[in-house]
Ligand binder design. Structure first.
Ligand SMILES: [Zn+2]
Ligand SMILES: [Zn+2]
Length: 261
């Protein structure tokens, strides 16, 4: 099975070794400028959700190349559960099947230490960039953005005073320039691999995985239903079939509205 991925950022390279395990080989389609849907340096704001952007890219790959299967990828930074401590990276992949029109979304997320810093002096800058080997950077001077800068070129620019106090140094988060993202891309590929290999027992469609959780786990003392998860529910979006995996556990009375009102 072969799928085409819309990317100008070398993403196929970071996904293909994992997806090969699901029998999928990847080919890159570079004819579409994905930055028109939103870019990391915010020169183009993203208007749609990450899922919608990934689906658009997957469909473009199919339309442009005639491939039966397309993949789109979208990364987001910011937000997350610890937004005041870490930057948060979420990766979404969309696998689109033109025949069945099924869209499968895979996810991975995690904290990243990468942030933007204002330039103060060369010592601080050197220490900062040395924390992220292989990462490339962007220099933001008022309206001007210079992308894809290596450690060396950044430090040279600082030495020759091209970078001035107050200029912002931001991580270039395009996949080929960010080892941190490459790790998360391998993670999201694993999620897609799992979804591609999980088939519905009724209609054999892919992506038969746990998508919902049912609450109501009984209290260990009085059996009252609590807000804790009672069952994991696998659901097929193609035929509607679902399967519940009940947990035979009981909830700590701490979570019970009767025992601990
Ligand atoms: Zn099904
Ligand atoms: Zn109780």
């Amino acid at each position: 099975m072969q799928a085409v991925i819309t990317t100008r950022h070398n993403k196929a390279e970071y996904l293909s070794s994992v997806l090969k395990k699901a029998g999928l080989t990847l080919q890159a389609y570079e004819g579409f400028d994905t930055d028109t849907l939103g870019s990391f340096c915010k020169t183009v704001e993203r208007r749609d959700s990450p899922e919608a952007c990934a689906l658009i890219k997957a469909k473009i790959a199919c339309e442009a190349t005639g491939s039966a299967f397309g993949i789109g990828s979208e990364g987001s930074f910011g937000g997350g559960p610890y937004s005041s401590f870490f930057n948060w990276n979420q990766e979404v992949l969309c696998f689109y099947d033109t025949q069945t029109e099924q869209a499968i979304y895979a996810y991975a997320e995690g904290p990243v230490g990468l942030e933007s810093i204002p330039f103060t002096n060369r010592k601080v800058l050197t220490e900062w960039v040395n924390r992220f080997p292989g990462q490339r950077w962007m220099l933001l001077k008022q309206e001007n953005v210079t992308k894809g800068l290596t450690h060396n070129s950044l430090l040279k620019m600082a030495k020759s005073s091209i970078i001035k106090e107050g200029d912002m140094i931001s991580p270039d988060l395009r996949a080929m320039y960010s080892p941190t993202r490459q790790i998360l891309l391998a993670e999201v590929a694993k999620d897609l691999q799992y979804r591609l290999q999980s088939h519905c027992p009724e209609c054999h469609a892919r992506d038969f995985v746990v998508k919902k959780h049912e609450s109501g786990l009984p209290c260990g003392l009085c059996r009252t239903a609590t807000s804790k998860v009672r069952a994991h529910i696998s659901h097929c979006t193609m035929c509607g079939y679902q399967q519940a995996e009940r947990l035979d556990d009981v909830a700590d009375p701490y979570y019970c509205s009767v025992c601990n009102p």
